[in-house]
Design a protein around this ligand. Sequence first.
Ligand SMILES: Cc1ncc(COP(=O)(O)O)c(C=O)c1O
Length: 427
Amino acid sequence: MAEFLELLAGNKVAVFKQPLHSKIVAETLAAGMKNSTEPFVLVSLKKIVEKFQEWQRELPGVMPYYAVKCNDNIVLLKTLGSLGVGFDCATKAEIDMIINEDIATADKIVYAHPIKTPEYLKHAHKLGIPRCTFDSVEELYKMKALAPNMEGILRISCGDKTAERKLKYKFGCDPVNGAPKLLRQAKEIGVSVVGVSVHVGSRCCDPRAYERAIAYMKDIFDDGISMGHPMTVVDLGGGFPGINNEKISLAAIGKCIIAALNKYFPESEKYEFIAEPGRYFATTPFTAAAKIFGRIKVSANRITEKEEDANKDGYMYFINDGVYMTFSCKHFDGIHPLSQPLTSDDGTLPRVPATVWGPTCDSADIVEAVTYHRKLNIGEWLYWEDVGAYSTATAVEFNGFPKAKFYYYADQETMKMIKSGDNKIHI
Ligand SMILES: Cc1ncc(COP(=O)(O)O)c(C=O)c1O
């Protein structure tokens, strides 16, 4: 049981004496929800703090500006704000949430959308947000007309082939041919360019992509400074992994970035190194849990599509969360979370093929096409770890099914740290 409840941004946080595994907390919650028809998402504040500590360790000197679009959960934002993190916003709504909820001040926001909605740009300017990104001459004119005091960060296109979501097609100018021309045009129009940004692509698996971008940035800085632009900001964008694995880790990326910054920008005190991580912070703190409300026995080959399974049993489970809700990350982010039953067995029961379906009438609402679990009962819960990126932020209530409700938890030490603000990033 929790020791006490703390309020954070108007939300109750269950505070436990010691850190607890998300499965244990989810089990306790589910046990009290026998009649509930709603799924839930559990948020661990300790995991948010741990991500921040890992960032400080692996990328010292690089200030993270969390990309709000990835997950705009207010408690996540409040926790990051208390740690001194800045914010990458792309809309008026995101900006207002950061300012009005007292999460951070305008100077800790970068308006990181190369093609800005005119009304949002005026609003950002009025609030005193100092910088925005741009990648075209058209945007330079827009900035000059609507936000004359705002400084520009030039977004270049320098994508990584291994990235699973490539952003280079939509945004970013050519770093060799386009950037010098835009710097000249900015000078003529009267927009001050203070730095260069990039997004190597989401879930980039090659740390050298960042090194390549930093090398381009160095040349662009040389050009810009020679034209009289006060260039100081090196913005490394997003793409940092939510989960470390054998293919990629923050440690591997950090090592490459720090070496490249030392090589190309050795006088670090002259520069501001920043990044816009989204999934890096949002993925692991969020655990989803959903209840089985329907179970159909079928031939296993209907699930596995293997002839030899024709005489075996398989199950179709229908749960109260789906791809329109928390599992929207499947479509929007190409992430395929894997379920576990919330109540474990001793491992001796046979695992049978199963399909996990979302609750809506849409046949595309399929959470897991083929998985293997012991035979599960109606009323049992499944859970999924690490589901915080581009999931609840893109959830809708299609077909009238409610979105997951959030529950928050922390241990006493974590809560103290968040409340005191002692752990603030100093860069
Ligand atoms: C400008 C910008 N910065 C940062 C991010 C965050 O990317 P990620 O979640 O891969 O770190 C995005 C994602 O689309 C983006 O467009």
